[in-house]
Design a protein around this ligand. Sequence first.
Ligand code: WT7
Length: 661
Amino acid sequence: MSTTSIDSLQHEERRFPPSEEFAANAVASSGLYDEARADRLAFWAKQSRELLHWHKDFTQTLDWSNAPFAKWFADGELNVAYNCLDRHVLAGNGDRIAILWEGEPGDSRSISYAELTAEVKRAANLLTKLGIGKGDRVAIYLPMIPEAVVAMLAVARIGAVHSVIFGGFSAESIRSRVDDASAKLVITADGGWRKGKVSALKPAVDAALAKEGTHTVENVLVVKRGENDVDWVEGRDLWWHEAIADVDAEHEAEAFEAEHPLFILYTSGTTGKPKGILHTSGGYLTQTAFTHKNVFDLHPETDVYWCSADVGWITGHSYVVYGPLANGATQVLYEGTPDLPHPGRWWEIIQKYGVSIFYTAPTAIRSFMKLGREIPDAFDLTSLRVLGSVGEPINPEAWVWYREVIGGGKTPIVDTWWQTETGAIMVSALPGVTIAKPGSAQVALPGISIDVLDEAGNAVPVGGGGLLVVSEPWPSMLRGIWGDPERFKETYWEKFGTALFEKPKYFAGDGARLDEDGDIWLLGRVDDVMNVSGHRLSTAEIESALVSHPIVAESAVVGAADETTGQAVVAFVILRSDQSEMQTADEASALLRTHVSDQIGAIARPRQIFIVAELPKTRSGKIMRRLLQDVAEGRAIGDTTTLADTSVMQIISGQLGSTNG
Ligand code: WT7
């Protein structure tokens, strides 16, 4: 973070040594580092066998001969859902609670491993009955209700591939994802509870499928949650509760190859088209289970775990569904917004269920900080023993507040760096082992090789900034971009390339700095990707949404620093010449904010849109976003000498001073 206030420097210098409570974990965890250092592949093979049930054991741990296309545990066979469900029941833990679900309006459900297993078996039979088989793609567009977890696991159980689409995405976004993956089935709900009211979901699916062109969807399976009225397409639409009532309750999990695809999850890249990140089975489950157990020091018999992420993001896939369930954890699942019906709702939930491990994003922590500590102080949070952070760099002030106010000044905080592409946590302290350093994600996990390199591929000296790379393949790594192997190679592997005799390294897209202790500090993205509230957005995607509106001639989007959300979307728009007269800048800006929201989803709606007469461009026509970022962040404008027309920035800032100032 660039916030170098005196306050932040003071916090940065603070060190938090591990407490006594974690002594046992410290010994075990240091052993993991030693083992991994001695033989990385043997380490992962051992972890995989210890953490998972393999229907057929593997003989080869890693095949990297066709780099960058990795195969982990390739000749082994397993069933991911069996690992998350049946085996816990068979081990005598069927009565253990898997999900403590809390609906926004205050309704709740508690679901044991035996019950969840039974529900997934029936859902698996239902999917089969609907003609879904091994390898078929199923799109899931659901609120945070238990059926979201059931649907994902049922798809996995029959060897189909899920593509979960975050409930905040628009019809347009649904359709492009459904088309890209050729999904045969969509699982949705009438609506879900959000911000104190029912927010409809099915209409977006209906609109997506009504768009022109042919699509591959045969059925839409609808969970009843919102009780809102919905339109119905006879022959296509089915109510989940009706359809599941008449299927068989027994279902035997078949084993699939370790590299069988598990899911596709779309994320924003540097172009206008989201990429379908592909994850497979054995390696993904190994690393999500390993990290969930060790990063959070999980004791499944006694811990109550809560990750606040939505299943529509990778955090929800890895740390709501697969990691925790593979480990037999008991977890809270919450449907709604953090502040309803009162601003202490989250803390009330922690108190109600005795949550001991809590994992959330810095944006949430910063919003609570703003509201003041009186709100969390009114609840008993003493059950908490490990806190996690993910999604963006956490500024030291927020880190210290999180530990003092939420963690009662005693809990370790694990700041976990990873990505949709990495599938699981890669860089994090281990509670009880690492001396915590607020603001730093700290060190690579056992079995993970991270380097910070300069543009030429050389290691940066201590204190220096560079680019974060993963230097060795890892079990939960993405296996590709759905339907686009070239983009996969280009985006991640060519920068620190496949030169002769050199092993390809994964380029993460993040800047990082190494300090004198070897700790890693993340410095944010170095590409045209923004991070808003821990969610990834692409400048190009928002720009193309803007220019798709008839009043827009040109647009440029930047991520500007934002006190709460980390970054915020700020757009600069040139209107078509026949339009500038038609409406005021404020009207145009309001219209376009809504348009972006309709095109992509509410999370992409710009915080501000500036209507301008010019955009700063180099002689070759490239927009200099850096200068726009200066404007958006209210800074003095940087070096403009490479602009084709050096007066442009004066025009823009002069104009903004008068119209938007
Ligand atoms: C990008 C990945 C991984 C789950 C949520 C986001 C940023 C993530 C941290 C962290 C600093 C972080 C990076 C990364 N990021 N965690 N602990 N410290 N930055 O997943 O949408 O794939 O975004 O989020 O910039 O590249 P994602």
